[in-house]
Ligand binder design. Sequence first.
Ligand SMILES: Cc1cc2nc3c(=O)[nH]c(=O)nc-3n(C[C@H](O)[C@H](O)[C@H](O)COP(=O)(O)OP(=O)(O)OC[C@H]3O[C@@H](n4cnc5c(N)ncnc54)[C@H](O)[C@@H]3O)c2cc1C
Length: 258
Amino acid sequence: MNIPVDNKIRIAGGGIAGLSTAIYLQSKNNPTVVYEKELKIGQSRHGDFEGLENWIFNDRIHSSFKNIGFDFNKIQSTPISSFYVHTTHQNPLHVKSKIPFFFLVSRGSKSIDLDHQLFLQCKKAGVEFRFGSKTPSTCDVIATGTRKASAYIQGINFNTDLKNQVHLLLGKKFAPKGYAYLIIQNGHGTIASAFKKTKNTQERFLENCIEYFKSKNINFSEAKKFSSRGSFSLPFGQMNLPILVGEAGGFQDYLFGF
Ligand SMILES: Cc1cc2nc3c(=O)[nH]c(=O)nc-3n(C[C@H](O)[C@H](O)[C@H](O)COP(=O)(O)OP(=O)(O)OC[C@H]3O[C@@H](n4cnc5c(N)ncnc54)[C@H](O)[C@@H]3O)c2cc1C
């Protein structure tokens, strides 16, 4: 890696990719500084749930995180070994496994959120942060997230008195070329639709999902909307510096976050 004059590795972007890279580099005795354009870590997320897939790691998720220097036990995570798959034309399918499919984590700047815990562990390891400042053009690692949006996510977070449960919803009415989901954990819920670009911008995929779940007696209150976007374009051929990590490099979960 191209270590700059001040002997610190510079990472642009303090999302989960930038923070994980920083923890790893710092744990290998490489002084690292993260430049984050926002004033706080986790500001681009809204406390919504996300699934960290168990199957993408060679080892169990806890030991894989340990290998990069991150203590997974510090975050609030829930193993999910069972969920329901819904389509427009079949009865819901119950999918189960002895080994968890994924671990649910919440994303944002609250103390239990993955982003905040990654930040705390970076600080503990000695990573430096520059918030709200202009990122130098000479960064060694680019972790600034989505470059060109090819997928969109619209969702709501809400409160509910329903028991913990996870549902996946498939079909172009709900999420063309993508997936939608309902996740309820400890009184908090997320309904979201993650879909590819569509010509018909008038489509109301999120609303269709909400109506569907309401018809299944899923009641909720204090719903707050959020939206985001993602990219799935691997920069083949770009092997030189700066190194692109996370979504800046087109790395995303290709099917769905479960
Ligand atoms: C609603 C939603 C649900 C999702 N669900 C799942 C799931 O269940 N499972 C899964 O695996 N993935 C899921 N994803 C995808 C996953 O969240 C992203 O792929 C991942 O968060 C990307 O992390 P990142 O660090 O690469 O980018 P980001 O999280 O986008 O972080 C980029 C950071 O860089 C900062 N930044 C941007 N430009 C600059 C700049 N010029 N200088 C300095 N800083 C800058 C931004 O402020 C931000 O903090 C979901 C995404 C969304 C939006």
